[in-house]
Design a binder for this molecule. Structure first.
Ligand code: ADP
Length: 299
């Protein structure tokens, strides 16, 4: 063999060795990725099974209370009617929580099945927002928390403003944010809901002065089934579904959500929602009278 071919051989060998090293590194990287995915899968499986074992209790317990309380009401003597009022208040609170959780669970199931096509209609924003706030009246009164609505849209049809969006999804987004703001606030506090428009983008921000969320935890709260162990949180019901649903619904509507929070000071969740471009042929009579685009699935 000539010198030249020896050199060539050596170069070839070096090249092949380098190639092999590269491949080995790629295999190592892939196996690391694989381990990460397996770990995440295991985590998600364990969160899921924890969720399922919790959920049955949290559905069964309120039902048991509702059944027990309503049975007790039936046997209250006529002159003891005052007792009935507090019993009915308890029934309402149990039923309200149950209703809220069930709605989230059903929507989560639809999201998982990919059945969340938007149903766009012209929505009367002012009345939608007011209705959502009103639905929390009893809860906010019980905690002595004032929900301060700062509605800064003054054009449109009189004082109303019709906005093309999916009213049911918007209601659920807002309900989850207000529900959390109340749930993680201290008694005798305040929740501020600001609403304004910027070009064709609707902005909503929900601010509370409650527990707040650390920087680290802000990154994980939008994941499914994630719940943090804050003081107030632990005595409240919740499955860590609300924010993941909120995010998924906003994704469907091409909107976004951001959080600003400081531990111990409170949190502000800000939503930006572009107006839908679909051709609409109707108004949402705030849930009663929704018109759908042809081909849209009913949410
Ligand atoms: P949950 O049903 O547990 O409230 P969410 O998905 O709505 O589920 O929220 C996930 C977690 O994010 C909650 O468990 C809570 O720890 C935290 N969180 C959400 N909103 C707030 C808030 N306004 N203030 C403080 N913590 C919050």
């Amino acid at each position: 063999m000539s010198n030249l071919s020896d050199k060539q051989l050596l170069r070839e060998l070096r090249l092949r060795l380098e190639e092999r090293k590269k491949l080995e590194n790629e295999v190592k990287e892939l196996s690391r990725d694989f381990q990460d995915v397996t770990k995440k899968l295991k985590e998600s499986e364990s969160l899921k099974s924890h969720f399922i074992s919790n959920i049955s209790n949290e559905i069964v317990n309120p039902f048991t209370s509702i059944l027990g309380l309503s049975k007790a009401i039936l046997s209250v003597e006529k002159n003891d009617w005052k007792k009935v009022v507090s019993m009915v208040a308890l029934i309402h609170s149990e039923a309200f929580n149950l209703d809220f959780q069930l709605r989230n669970i059903f929507v989560a199931a639809k999201i998982e099945a990919g059945e969340v096509a938007p149903n766009i209609s012209k929505v009367n924003l002012r009345s939608l927002i007011q209705n959502v706030i009103d639905s929390f009246n009893i809860v906010s009164r019980k905690m002595n928390i004032d929900i301060d609505l700062q509605y800064n849209i003054e054009y449109g049809f009189g004082k109303n403003f019709y906005f093309k969006t999916d009213s049911e999804k918007l209601k659920l987004v807002l309900s989850n944010l207000i529900n959390n703001a109340l749930k993680y606030s201290y008694k005798e506090s305040k929740v501020i809901l600001k609403v304004w428009m910027d070009d064709d983008i609707l902005h909503l921000s929900v601010q509370d002065f409650g527990t707040g969320i650390s920087d680290k935890n802000q990154k994980i709260i939008f994941e499914r089934f994630k719940r943090l162990d804050s003081g107030i949180n632990s005595i409240n019901r919740g499955h860590g579904l609300g924010l993941s649903i909120t995010k998924a619904l906003l994704d469907v509507l091409e909107g976004s959500i951001e959080i600003k929070s400081q531990k111990g000071e409170g949190s502000t969740f800000s939503v930006a929602l572009p107006e839908a471009k679909h051709i609409v042929d109707g108004f949402s009579g705030e849930g009663n009278d929704i018109f759908f685009d042809e081909g849209d699935e009913i949410f």
